[in-house]
Design a protein around this ligand. Structure first.
Ligand SMILES: Cc1ncc(C[n+]2csc(CCOP(=O)(O)OP(=O)(O)O)c2C)c(N)n1
Ligand SMILES: [Mg+2]
Length: 785
């Protein structure tokens, strides 16, 4: 077995090095010439030998135990190794017939690596088997945990770099074992690759002793096994022994959990693999230690084209693999061929990684009619009801989980906020997963719950990505301000998705859905730190029309948006709504129309031939805009106004004209020349970008939004401080009414005085009483006609 593994690794290592250096003479049949070397040497060598070692051994285990296994590679910069193995096992040729598994295909793969418009330098969605780019490091472990949820037969082996392991997201993801019920989920087999170095220095893990490492990972709840290439006389024998033990332990733990005979915390194995970085390459160049040092991280002998010493060392190194003994141009050595798993079992061809059938099943959604707020309420009555969008969504999500019970493919991801964000109706059906000890007074906890709670947005985001990319449905509910913690992960996911959407063999996957609640407007009690509507900015910057941000004005609209998000595919959706009860403005039918069209004129609040347009996006801003309009109507009954609601920002488009799906012309909503006052949930700048392309005269738009003047104060004062309150909006309308000739200058002055005084009086009131006055809190629109 050892010689088989060694041959396989030799072949894979050669293919890695060849990809980094060669533009010709790929099989080294001729003496190496400088012209055979790529003009720009790009790629990362150092991590590759460790990945190849691991891949070869995993192949052996897959064959031995007939495993369903996928591989998540944290150090995505080790893509030459991923690609080398895809070529060796035949997966690359399966998906890329123009890269056949022969010498022509080899030449193409090698030449095209990191070549303009060729194969990328990092793991990427165009590579089979890949569900993580590993460009931005830290997310491998959480992604692997997401993939194995509800996949009891799957093992996700996960290589974590020792530099990557220093990241916050990886540090927290070790704890995810505490969410995994071995009876109903698969297993992650973490392989912490201690090659000792990151880009330019030693890693912390690399300098920890065995005792320290064992204590740390036992403390996390793993059974760590060390495989040390420096110490073992026969490192292959040791890796075989450890992998055998690990697979058997996984199967035994799962079996006991299924039999309900597991008497203690499940303790899954993990492997700590110590190898030299840049293993089996150039030991030194001049007085610089290369192999087993950080200098091997990227390209070594990078001056080979111009420096004859480096050139000689490079040729000697490439020839040391004796690749000609392993590959005859058509086939690999028989023993290597035998190590490649059966077609369906190849690590690079795990069907779990590619979406579509059989793993993706469209979610079955209950009809929303019975959840609609005040379905029978007559909206002409002044108070049609106050309803919490989040409570409605909680009830709906509970029943979605129930309805899809047989498939076990719907989950809620929540950073400790299922109650706080008011989606706890789900606990009428399910619980929070928690496999560590329970106490009698714990509530809504069990080993196998559909809700994954952990106070790590990073871990949740990573898990959700792994879950969604393997075809299952999930929603991440977060405080609006703190979802910013994963803004960069969301960006990285968007990049992956953008490319994956174009890859023909990647099947359907559900959308990745966020609900941002506990929004800044009602975080007045928690203060400035809890006020941040910026997450949507990054989402809206993603070009390509696959991101949507919904601003439902009420609970009915929130339900409709959520229904659409859950049934959509291959998108990123963000729903922004409050958890406290707010007025119902729309019947279910109106809400459906609003979400479909994204922008709509609300007739009940609009006059014919308007002299001014009020618009809003967001629930509190909508309430204030309507309150502002009712003030203006009471003061200037003759002034004609229109109300436009924006419920989805993708509908307005941002930057990319393909995304503009407005049913009517922009002017049909916003007129061609009237003043438009928009009350926006987020930063005004966010909406300004959207509008920039639309109007010949941007000066007629005024955008109110969160201007970062938050504090610990009352809810209405939060709005006053940011000029999104009814009084400031009314003051703007008075000035427009004067400009339109609807009132005299004297009347304007009188109104300005009156409402500036109201603002001042409110300020005095809240300081004295500690709450908003009742006429503000209890305001209602009045009858709809
Ligand atoms: C979040 C993040 N920070 C920084 C980098 C830049 N970077 C690329 S590779 C690397 C070192 C990685 O070291 P390690 O995880 O040990 O990988 P290996 O030694 O296997 O190459 C760094 C810092 C990155 N890709 N992602
Ligand atoms: Mg390293």
């Amino acid at each position: 077995m050892h010689s088989v593994l060694e041959k396989y690794i030799r072949a894979a290592d050669y293919l890695c090095a060849a990809q980094i250096y060669l533009r010709d003479n790929f099989l080294l049949q001729e003496p190496l010439q400088k012209e055979h070397i790529k003009p720009r040497l790009l790629g990362h060598w150092g991590t590759c030998p460790g990945i190849n070692f691991t891949y070869a051994h995993l192949n052996r285990a897959v064959n031995e135990y007939d495993l369903s296994m996928m591989l998540v590679v944290g150090p995505g910069h080790g893509f030459p190794a991923v690609q080398a193995n895809l070529f060796l096992e035949g997966t690359l040729s399966k998906y890329y017939p123009d890269v056949p598994r022969n010498k022509e295909g080899l030449a193409r793969m090698v030449k095209q690596f990191s070549w303009p418009y060729g194969f990328p330098s990092h793991s990427n969605p165009e590579a089979p088997g890949v569900i993580l780019e590993g460009g931005e490091l830290g997310y491998a472990l959480a992604t692997a945990y997401g993939a194995i949820l509800d996949n009891p037969k799957l093992i996700a082996a996960c290589i974590v770099g020792d530099g990557e392991a220093e990241t916050g997201p990886t540090a927290t993801a070790w704890h995810l074992n505490k969410l995994i019920d071995p009876a109903t989920n698969g297993a992650v087999l973490p392989i912490l690759h201690l090659n000792g170095y990151k880009i330019s220095g030693p890693t912390f893990f690399g300098r920890m002793s065995d005792d320290e490492l064992i204590s740390l990972f036992r403390g996390y709840g793993y059974e760590p096994h060390i495989v040390d290439a420096y110490r073992e006389a026969d490192v292959h024998a040791r890796m075989i022994e450890v992998l055998d033990k690990s697979i058997q332990a996984i199967h035994f733990t799962q079996h006991c959990a299924q039999e309900k005979s597991l008497s203690e915390n499940p303790r899954f194995p993990m492997i700590i693999l110590r190898t030299p970085k840049g293993w089996h390459s150039i030991a030194r160049i001049g007085d610089k230690k290369i192999e087993d040092n950080h200098y091997s991280h990227q390209v070594i002998a990078e001056n080979a084209r111009s420096n004859s010493e480096e050139f000689a060392l490079l040729e000697q190194w490439l020839r040391s693999y004796r690749f000609e003994e392993l590959f005859d141009g058509e086939r690999f050595d028989e023993e290597i061929e035998a190590l490649v798993p059966k077609p369906h079992a190849r690590l690079g061809d795990s069907s779990h990684a590619h979406g579509g059938s059989p793993h993706y099943k469209p979610v079955s959604l209950p009809h929303i009619e019975s959840y609609a707020a005040s379905a029978t309420c007559d909206l002409r009555s002044p108070v049609c009801g106050m309803e919490s969008s989040m409570e409605k969504i909680g009830a709906y999500l509970r029943d979605i989980m129930k309805e899809n019970e047989a498939h076990r493919n719907v989950r809620l991801f929540s950073p400790d906020e299922t109650y706080s964000n008011k989606v706890h109706a789900v606990f009428e059906y399910t619980t929070r997963a928690f496999v560590w000890p329970h106490k009698d007074h714990d509530r809504d906890l069990s080993h196998d719950g559909r809700v994954l709670e952990m106070l790590s947005e990073h871990s949740l985001q990573g898990m959700l990505q792994g879950y969604v990319l393997t075809g299952r449905h999930g929603v991440f509910v977060s405080y609006e301000a703190f979802v910013q913690v994963v803004a960069s992960m969301a960006d990285q996911y968007a990049k992956f998705l953008k490319i994956a959407r174009e890859v023909s063999w990647r099947g359907t996957i559900p959308s990745l859905n966020y609900i941002l609640t506990s929004t800044g407007w009602r975080q007045e009690h928690n203060g400035f730190s809890h006020q941040n509507p910026g997450f949507i900015d990054g989402i809206l910057q993603r070009q390509g029309c696959f991101t949507n941000v919904y601003f439902p004005a009420d609970a009915n609209t929130a339900l409709v948006a959520f229904e659409r998000m859950m049934s959509s595919t291959k998108e990123i959706n963000v729903l922004v709504c409050e958890k406290r009860p707010l007025p119902i403005w729309r019947t279910l039918q109106e809400a459906q129309q609003d979400i479909k069209e994204g922008v709509s004129i609300w007739e009940f609040a609009s006059d014919e031939h308007p002299q001014m347009v009020f618009a809003s996006a967001g629930d509190y801003p909508t309430q204030e805009a309507l309150a502002g309009m009712s003030i203006v109507r009471s003061e200037i009954p003759s002034f004609r106004m229109r109300f436009v609601n924006i419920s989805s920002l993708n509908a307005l488009g941002i930057g990319n004209s393909q995304c503009r799906v407005l049913r009517h012309n922009f002017e049909d909503y916003f007129t061609s020349d009237k003043h438009v006052c928009i009350n926006f949930h987020g930063y005004p700048q966010t909406l300004k970008q959207v509008l920039f392309d639309y109007s010949a005269d941007p000066t007629r738009f005024s955008i109110h939004g969160y201007t970062e003047t938050g504090s610990t104060t009352t809810p209405f004062d939060m709005m006053v401080r940011n000029n999104v309150d009814r009084f400031h909006l009314a003051l703007e309308a008075f000035a427009v009414a004067y400009a339109e000739g609807a009132i005299s200058k004297e009347k304007l002055r009188e109104l300005q005085e009156k409402y500036h005084e109201k603002i001042a009086a409110h300020g005095r009131y809240v300081v004295e009483h500690g709450e908003d006055p009742e006429d503000i809190t209890n305001w209602s629109w009045g009858a709809r006609s």
